[in-house]
Structures are given as structure tokens and as C-alpha cells.
Ligand binder design. Structure first.
Ligand code: HDE
Length: 717
């Protein structure tokens, strides 16, 4: 209902002398003034259209002062506005997720390339070009909501697809295997990884005794250990990582035929990670590095994209495959079952409200649609219980599907009713079925096309057990390790060394080395040497001997699956007053052509004046824009600027870090004094690209397609 416009001349506002500056008038005595003449920035509603109200819709006249008896007297209990405001504030938080608390989401769509009707009757796969709305939430696992983005951790890759036949949640990770084989171990795994119960630290990291104690007592986790110690757990951005459904699922066609499937998400921009020393520094320089990257990419219209890949196989393959397809600690190498790319996922819309969307989104592995079904992967079966249960705790009501982000975008008709916060309430008399109320009796079962479980025959003895076919814990760990490039193997050795060096109990360190001996002898010996373990332990007792006949798989390496171009990456350009105007203009042009993002870094954020007198505002002041935030750097000072930068520790770090992180460096002659002081002048290798004329930028940006100059050795840290 429209409210009456307040009379301008009768409204009062209280001012203090500082209000014009601060924009937040406080009360130091009362002054009667005309509405709208308050502080310069403090705005007063001129009409009811933007009048502040209480939750009950009552217009609020004063939101700066509580109601009190006398200027220095007690507060009045009848101040309903104050009480309502504080009451709501006190209850603003919902429980953070026990795992995957820190996450970031975005909207988009899935587009199907071709009809997959032969394999599945799932509606979203029926027609070429069909688009299905999607919401994706990426996350880390161990850290709290406020932890830093570049913790060494698995990343969640949870996709909600709002299909015409209900919501399908594919709740995956950026690693295709998991630590454990039985869901009953999940609380133990998570407890061991999270801060210790007595001290409440360490936060968002696995480099501590409890984690490695549990892991070293759980040989089934060794394959996953290889993945988490690789650079997969320090991705450059969500945009450059793969996603995996992990478990084997079923696709069911209209005839009821089942095909086994493993789901993959392949990033269009290729795979890319950072190095550990860089990750540590990024966490300090920009703890929101990954969420900012996703936000910025979408804001710039550079929409992140993944292709959905299917590994499809039948019972015959499952029978002859060396490992159990129900074992979530195993992959099926892409060389054995190729990944068929069937569609693309595009993220083209950022959230409007973080809480409403990213925080309240409720993924449930049990959310599947006709045409998709579960298998007996024990972890998947356990997850199907856990996710629904956790949503009730977090969102507080069985009506969490009424929240827009969780609501299906297809018709929903049922007799479930009432409960906290019920938003959609049935009308009419019938709230049960079967009923005799005819057309007014509400929805009915739909045998023709409703969801039916695949009628897999099941039998067995009821007992607590683990299948014999799950017993090989080392062969695929070894296969992963031998599939890595030398650089990546070095990173795995360094990561294990770092993590185990933080473990105080020497017996736990040795126990891990005993497992590594079952994976790769050189790996185990390198880690043992780095830890200075004087007496090599015996290999851990293995339930099955390690197979050495598994072939390396190129798909498992990040570096073998890079993009070979620099598109979507960021170049940090260090400039000073007097920067060569022509070179800078040519760089801007070349970067635009190659879809590279430029960030100008300058001694002052106000910017620099180029050699022709044009002012270029900087994106970052030098101290706020260390080179760890960029994929490559260009150092373009004027001659005086080069001498000046050489005296700045932050400029020296800018260069030295980029070099030690194997980044490509574009440079002009005037950068030499800085290089000299940064200690890199002696080591200028082919990763340093001199820029003398505008077209040198093309050479540089082409070279940057390799992302890093790995030939520059990184000494173990
Ligand atoms: Fe989860 N997991 N999980 N998980 N998981 C949760 O659900 C759980 C597992 C994954 O962005 C929780 O809503 C059990 C594997 C992602 O909101 C919880 C087991 C994989 C997300 C839960 C697993 C995942 C979660 C916590 C072992 C990769 C974040 C909050 C049986 C395939 C989803 C929540 C988001 C979240 C339980 C193992 C991925 C507690 C019991 C394997 C991406 O229900």
C-alpha cells in the first residue's frame, strides 16, 4: 500500500558537527533542520519509495540513535526498531559447512552438443543445443569460511543442474579419487584434517601430525596422497582446473538399459597451478585470490567454460578392468576408456548476493533425475545419507528447497507440507493420496515416465565388510607418480617433504616413507633424504603387491595438459613515470588481441605519466601487487625509474619472486639496475624476453603460452 509522502518542512533531522565529513550523523544535542540538508553523504529519503522500514514495513525516522530517556539516560525497552535490528543481526549466521565451508559460486548453463538418447533418457541430454540452467560452487575442503583460497587442499566442484525433470546435483571434486573406501571413515578423516580439538589449530592445512597420523594408518588413501601432494591442490584458479564426479554412476536409456559412466569437467583454458612458495605468498597478498578471479572473469565477460566428458563402459569392461569400478580410490585411465565430450558448462553470471546463493545452496548427491542412477560405490551410498541430513542442520528446515537457489525450475507438485518457513503451501482439501477428490485431488503417480531405480539384482550376507577387490592400495598411486613430468615429480617430493617436516612425531614421518617405498623407490628415498631419516624403514606391509605394469597416463599430468596460449591469464606490468609510451600502447594492443589481462603496478596507485605525458592510473601500488598475483611480468621503467626501483625492496621481491617461480619476464634495458639489485641479473635465461620494439610483445605473449619457464631450476625449499 502506498504511503503518504512526508511533508518536507515538518521533518526533523539531528546533526552533529562532524556529520558533513563522516556522513554518519550522531547525536550531540538536538538541532532542527529541514530534511535533506544533513551531511553531504548522508541521504534522507525524499519519498516513501526508498524510505527505510522495519521488517514489519514501518517507516524509520532515525536509524542512528536508540530510544533513551534523556541524553545520558537508559534505553527504553519499547524501542522495537532497535530490538528487531539486533535480534536479526544476532541470528545472521547459519552453521558453516563442516567441510567445504569456504566456497564461491556462479550461475551459468549447460549446453548439450548432441542427443544422447541412446545412452540416457535424462531430459537435459536429449536434444543438441539444449540449454539447462546451472549453478556451480567451488570450494576448499578443510578450512573455515574465512580461510585463505590457496591452502593446499582438494577443491570442491559442485554443479546443480536445474533440468526439466528436477534438479541434478553432480557434487564432485577437482581430484578423481578420494581418501577412503568406506563412508564410516569420513568423520575420522575430516577430524584428522581439521584443527586439533585441544588447540583449535592449524587452520586450513594438512601439514600436521593428526592428518599424517591418520593417513599413514590408512593405506587406502595412498593414491589420493599422490594427487594432493601434486600441484592439483594449489590451482591457479577455479577456471583452470578439472572436475570429476569421482564415483561410477549409471546412465539409463528409455529401454531401461544401463551404461556405467564416470563424469569429467575439462576446462577450456587448460590446466594450470601455482607453485607452493607462490601459494604461500598469495595467501598473504590476496586471500580471496580464487573468488576474485572468478568474479573478475565473469564481470569482464570472459566466461569460464568446461566441457562435460563421459567415460562410458559396460559390465564386460567392468569385469575385466584391473580394479573395482565401485572403488572410489581408483580411476579408469583415459587411455583405457576415452573421455567423450558431450556438452559445455558456461558460467556467465555472478551471484547477486553471496549469502542467498553461495552460502544457502544445498547440494545433495541424492538429487538425480530419470535417466541417471547410483551404483553401489560405498562412498556414494554413504554420501546420499549425509548431504540431505546436513542441509537440515545448516538451513534449519525441511523446506530448504523453497529457497530460490535450491528451488527446481520445473513444476513441483507433492503433498509434503508445513514445517519451518514453508513458502509454498498447498491449497485445496486433499493433502494425501490416494484420494477420491478427482481433479481437485492433486498430483498423481506417473508410472509412464516417473523415476524408477535401475533393477540391479542384489544379494549377499549382511556383515561389516570391505570387498577383496578394493585391496590394492599402491598400484594406481605409482601409476599417477610415473605419469608426471620431472618438474611435477619434484613438486610432489617437495610437498611431501614440506608437509612431513611439519609433523613432529618422527615415527609418523617414517611410516609415510614406508608407504612411499611401495609406490616408487626414488620418491621414497628423496623424501627420506630431505627429512634426514638416517635409517630407511622397511616397506609397509601391503595387502596386494604393487603392480609395475600399469602404463603412464598423459591425462594425469597438469603440465601435459596446459593451454599453449596465454589467453585468460594476467600480466603484471611494473611501470614508472617516463615509461615508453609507444611500447606501452603496443602492449595494450597485443594483450587485447591475445585476450590477456594487463595490470599496471606502479610506485603510487595514482599511476604514472608515460614518456608522452599521458597519465595511466595504476591497478595496484607496488606493495599491494606482488608478482605472485600474476602469471608473467613485464618490467618497463624509464632509465631514472629503473634506478629508483632498484632501491625498493618490494620491487626487488617483485622480480626475484617471479624469477624463482619460473615466470616469463619481459624487460627493457632500463630494468637492469633493478635486476642487478634483485640478484637475477646473472641468471637471465630464455625466460627473459627483451622488449625493444612494439612487435616484441607478440613474441613475448606467444612464449608466455607455455605459462612457466620450467627449465629454470627451482631449488627445493
Ligand atoms: Fe562431501 N560433504 N562427503 N565429498 N562434499 C559435504 O555437505 C560427505 C565426498 C563434496 O559446495 C557436506 O552440504 C561424506 C566426496 C563437495 O556446498 C557433507 C563423504 C566428494 C561438497 C559431506 C563425502 C565430496 C561436499 C558438508 C564420504 C567428491 C561441497 C556440507 C562418504 C566426489 C558442496 C554439505 C557445496 C560437502 C559429506 C565425500 C564432494 C557433510 C559423508 C568423495 C564438493 O554432507
Amino acid at each position: 500500500m502506498a504511503r503518504k509522502r512526508p511533508e518536507k518542512s515538518t521533518r526533523t533531522q539531528r546533526l552533529d558537527s562532524s556529520s558533513a565529513l563522516s556522513g554518519t550523523p550522531a547525536q550531540y544535542g538536538e538541532v532542527e533542520v529541514l530534511a535533506g540538508t544533513g551531511g553531504e553523504t548522508h541521504q534522507i529519503a525524499e519519498s516513501d519509495e526508498n524510505a527505510l522500514t522495519t521488517q514489519q514495513g514501518v517507516p524509520v525516522a532515525d536509524d542512528q540513535n536508540t530510544l533513551r530517556i534523556g541524553a545520558r539516560g537508559p534505553a527504553a525497552l519499547e524501542d522495537f526498531h532497535f530490538r528487531e535490528k539486533l535480534f536479526h543481526f544476532d541470528h545472521e549466521r547459519i552453521p558453516e559447512r563442516v567441510v567445504h565451508a569456504r566456497g564461491f559460486g556462479a550461475h551459468g548453463y549447460f549446453e548439450n552438443y548432441e542427443s544422447l538418447a541412446e545412452i540416457t533418457r535424462a531430459d537435459l541430454f536429449q536434444r543438441a543445443g539444449q540449454k539447462t540452467p546451472a549453478f556451480v560452487r567451488f570450494s576448499t575442503v578443510a578450512g573455515s569460511k574465512g580461510s585463505a583460497d590457496l591452502a593446499r587442499d582438494v577443491r570442491g566442484f559442485a554443479v546443480k543442474l536445474y533440468t526439466q525433470e528436477g534438479n541434478w546435483d553432480l557434487v564432485g571434486n577437482n581430484i578423481p579419487v578420494f581418501f577412503i573406501q568406506d563412508p564410516i571413515k569420513f568423520p575420522d578423516l575430516v577430524h584428522a584434517a581439521k584443527p586439533a580439538p585441544d588447540r583449535g589449530f592449524p587452520q586450513a592445512q594438512t601439514a600436521h601430525d593428526n592428518f599424517w597420523d591418520f593417513i599413514s594408518l590408512s593405506p587406502e588413501s595412498m593414491h589420493m596422497v599422490m594427487w594432493i601432494m601434486s600441484d592439483r591442490t594449489i590451482p591457479r584458479s577455479f577456471r583452470f582446473m578439472e572436475g570429476f564426479g569421482v564415483h561410477t554412476f549409471r546412465l539409463i536409456n528409455a529401454d531401461g538399459k544401463s551404461t556405467f559412466v564416470k563424469f569429467h569437467w575439462k576446462p577450456k583454458l587448460g590446466l594450470q597451478s601455482v607453485v607452493w612458495n607462490e601459494a604461500v605468498k598469495i595467501n598473504g597478498a590476496d586471500p580471496d585470490y580464487h573468488r576474485r578471479d572468478l568474479w573478475n572473469a565473469i564481470e569482464m565477460g570472459d566466461y569460464p567454460e568446461w566441457e562435460l566428458g563421459l567415460q562410458l563402459f559396460d559390465d564386460a569392461f567392468a569385469e575385466k578392468f584391473a580394479f573395482d569400478i565401485l572403488d572410489p580410490t581408483k580411476i579408469i585411465p583415459e587411455e583405457d576408456v576415452p573421455v567423450r565430450r558431450v556438452g559445455r558448462l558456461v558460467l556467465d553470471r555472478r551471484v547477486d548476493n553471496f549469502f542467498a546463493e553461495t552460502e544457502q545452496v544445498a547440494f545433495c548427491t541424492q538429487n538425480i533425475v530419470p535417466g541417471i542412477d547410483f551404483t553401489n560405490d560405498p562412498l556414494l551410498q554413504g554420501r546420499n545419507f549425509s548431504y540431505l541430513d546436513t542441509q537440515l542442520k545448516r538451513l534449519g528446515s525441511p523446506n530448504f528447497t523453497h529457497i530460490p537457489i535450491n528451488a527446481p525450475k520445473c513444476p513441483v507438485r507433492h503433498f509434503q507440507q508445513d514445517g519451518h518457513m514453508a513458502m509454498h503451501n498447498p491449497t485445496g482439501r486433499a493433502n494425501y493420496e490416494p484420494n477420491s477428490w478427482g481433479e481437485e485431488g492433486g498430483p498423481r503417480e506417473f508410472p509412464a515416465a516417473g523415476f524408477r531405480s535401475f533393477p540391479a539384482p542384489e544379494e549377499g550376507v549382511k556383515r561389516r565388510t570391505r570387498s577383496e577387490t578394493f585391496a590394492d592400495h599402491y598400484s594406481q598411486a605409482r601409476q599417477f607418480y610415473i605419469s608426471q613430468t620431472e618438474t611435477e615429480q619434484t613438486h610432489i617430493i617437495n610437498a611431501l617433504t614440506f608437509e612431513l617436516s611439519k609433523v613432529q612425531r618422527v615415527d609418523i614421518r617414517a611410516r609415510m616413507v614406508a608407504h612411499l617405498l611401495n609406490i616408487d623407490d626414488e620418491l621414497a628415498r628423496a623424501v627420506a633424504t630431505n627429512l634426514r631419516i638416517e635409517t630407511m624403514p622397511s616397506p609397509a606391509t601391503a595387502a596386494r603387491p604393487t603392480r609395475t605394469d600399469l602404463k603412464p597416463s598423459a591425462a594425469l599430468s597438469i603440465l601435459r595438459n596446459g593451454p599453449e596460449n596465454f589467453a585468460g591469464r594476467t600480466l603484471g606490468v611494473l611501470v614508472t613515470d617516463g615509461v615508453d609510451a609507444k611500447l606501452l600502447a603496443a602492449l595494450v594492443k597485443a594483450a587485447r588481441k591475445e585476450q590477456v589481462v594487463l595490470k599496471l603496478i606502479a610506485p603510487e596507485v595514482g599511476g604514472v605519466e608515460d614518456s608522452e605525458g599521458t597519465l595511466h592510473p595504476a591497478h595496484e601500488k607496488l606493495e599491494g601487487g606482488p608478482s605472485v598475483l600474476f602469471d608473467a611480468i613485464a618490467v618497463l621503467p624509464s632509465p631514472e625509474g629503473g634506478e629508483m626501483l632498484a632501491t625498493f625492496p618490494s620491487a626487488r621481491d617483485f622480480v626475484a619472486d617471479a624469477v624463482s617461480h619460473c615466470k616469463f619476464v619481459a624487460w627493457v634495458e632500463a630494468a637492469r639496475p633493478l635486476f642487478h639489485k634483485a640478484g637475477v641479473a646473472e641468471a637471465m635465461d630464455e625466460g627473459f624476453v627483451p622488449i625493444e620494439k612494439p612487435k616484441d610483445w607478440i613474441t613475448f605473449l606467444t612464449v608466455c603460452g607455455k605459462l612457466r619457464y620450467w627449465d629454470r631450476a627451482i631449488p627445493p625449499r
